[in-house]
Write a protein that binds this ligand. Structure first.
Ligand code: ZN
Length: 443
């Protein structure tokens, strides 16, 4: 009896693992809190990384910081026989571009591109920010360690490059250090324009901004909660698309939201100890981040960050006031937590980079019929396709059916009115593209 039980347990364990990929667990294990600690410390010790700060010194200011970041990416590349193409992308921003640009400045981003073997022009991106600030956004000389905001996201990006560069992927991955965030999202704006000019097909960007604080200003402490911000629909949608949403749905199903659901689902599957919180908004109330310029350009993008912020440790002059120690200093960063959120990024970039492209066209039909019907454009490299659906009030794709290598399917007994639907492409190793919400209808 005991032996039978063991056997049954073993079989159920095998069927469970059969749906997963060991490489994803290896990636989670490979992320090092120790290396992230070293990198955050190094970045904080540049004194200030304000976008307008010194660029000549080798020890202080944003120039020293970006040269060091570039050299770290180059080290990572050297360890994988030059698998990363590391370079600067820069734009001159003129004094007066807004009231935070008090002198002409070259906004310099650092990129490390790991080319995909099959779809080199398709990119999944992870970003952190190089720059920091204190209370006065134009103060570019005082100490501004920005340990959490955003050395944590930058260090996570450097670490993700170290971990993922050990593998090859079909799609390209970019690890990015962005500047000018605190001055008005200039670095992200520059890259989004650069990507458009180059004709890059951006699958999505994971903007990591503050991934190291576990104790909220309200006293809440959690090293498993984190937030995934995504806007509902692209700001670039046309009037025609907006009108169609009234009749066919899609208010909460834009491309960035699908990316958020992808991350949420993958984390639930591979890191069940974590608590991903999908937040249905572009960013925090009235606040911004570097995924926005990508969204503005029509690219999918989300913000991944801690769940519990501490405002006495953001954008603050280092000081003690009424017994409260203000400032974004090293001692408040939890490196184990930053490593977990880095792993969240890494496994999702790997999953997407190993997956085929999503179908570009997905049509839905079934008006006044007892079945929902689908047609989609096939993609190169897919083993098959999966239809997803959910109750209209559910945030997650709760039901799915793998339908094989076909380009149309009828879901018998599923009434179109009562659910939202989507289709993903599935690759030979089981990795899936993000879900595509129907973008056309048929009778
Ligand atoms: Zn900030």
């Amino acid at each position: 009896m005991k032996r039978f039980l063991l056997l049954a347990l073993l079989i159920s364990a095998m069927t469970l693992t059969a749906q997963k990929d060991q490489r994803i667990y290896d990636i989670i294990d490979a992320v090092s809190a120790e290396r992230i600690k070293n990198d955050v410390t190094k970045l904080a010790n540049f004194g200030t990384r304000h976008t307008l700060s010194d660029t000549v010194s080798n020890t202080r200011g944003i120039g020293a910081a970006r040269r060091w970041i570039k050299s770290e990416f180059e080290k990572t590349s050297a360890a994988c026989k030059g698998c990363l193409n590391v370079f600067y992308q820069k734009d001159l921003v003129k004094k007066g571009a807004n009231d935070r640009i008090v002198k002409d400045v070259e906004v310099v981003n650092v990129l490390a591109v790991q080319k995909g073997t099959k779809y080199p022009n398709r990119y999944i991106i992870m970003s952190g920010d190089i720059d920091s600030r204190v209370s006065d956004p134009t103060n570019y000389t005082d100490d501004s360690p920005g340990a959490n905001d955003n050395a944590s996201g930058m260090a996570g990006t450097l670490e993700a490059a170290r971990v993922l560069s050990k593998y090859t992927f079909e799609n390209s991955i970019i690890y990015m250090g962005l500047s000018g965030e605190e001055q008005g999202l200039f670095g992200g704006g520059g890259i989004a324009q650069y990507a458009k000019d180059k004709g890059w097909e951006i699958i999505g960007i994971f903007n990591n901004d503050m991934i190291g604080n576990i104790k909220g200003v309200d006293g809440t402490i959690s090293n498993v909660d984190f937030r995934i911000f995504s806007e509902p629909v692209p700001p670039t949608e046309t009037e025609k698309q907006r009108k169609a949403r009234r009749f066919y749905g899609g208010e909460v199903d834009g491309v960035s939201r699908q990316l958020a659901r992808y991350v949420h689902k993958n984390v639930k599957q591979y890191m069940p100890e974590m608590n991903p919180m999908m937040i249905y908004r572009l960013d925090r109330f009235g606040r911004g981040g570097h995924h926005r310029p990508f969204n503005d350009a029509g690219f999918p993008g989300i913000r991944i960050m801690e769940a519990h912020e501490n405002y006495t440790q953001q954008h603050q002059d280092i000081r003690v006031e009424d017994g409260i120690a203000y400032g974004d200093v090293l001692e408040h960063v939890n490196f184990e937590y930053a490593a977990k959120l880095t792993a969240v990024n890494a496994i999702n970039m790997a999953s997407i980079a190993w997956a085929p492209p999503a179908p570009t066209t997905v049509k839905i039909g079934g008006i006044v019929e007892p079945a929902a019907k689908f047609q989609w454009s096939k993609v190169d490299g897919a083993k098959g396709y999966k239809i997803y659906w959910r109750d209209t009030t559910s945030p997650t794709w709760d039901y799915s059916r793998y339908v094989g290598d076909v380009s149309e399917f009828v879901l018998e007994g599923i009434v179109i009115d009562n659910y939202f639907f989507g289709v993903s492409a599935v690759g030979k190793d089981g990795f899936e593209s993000p879900v595509v919400f129907p973008n056309g209808i048929f009778r």
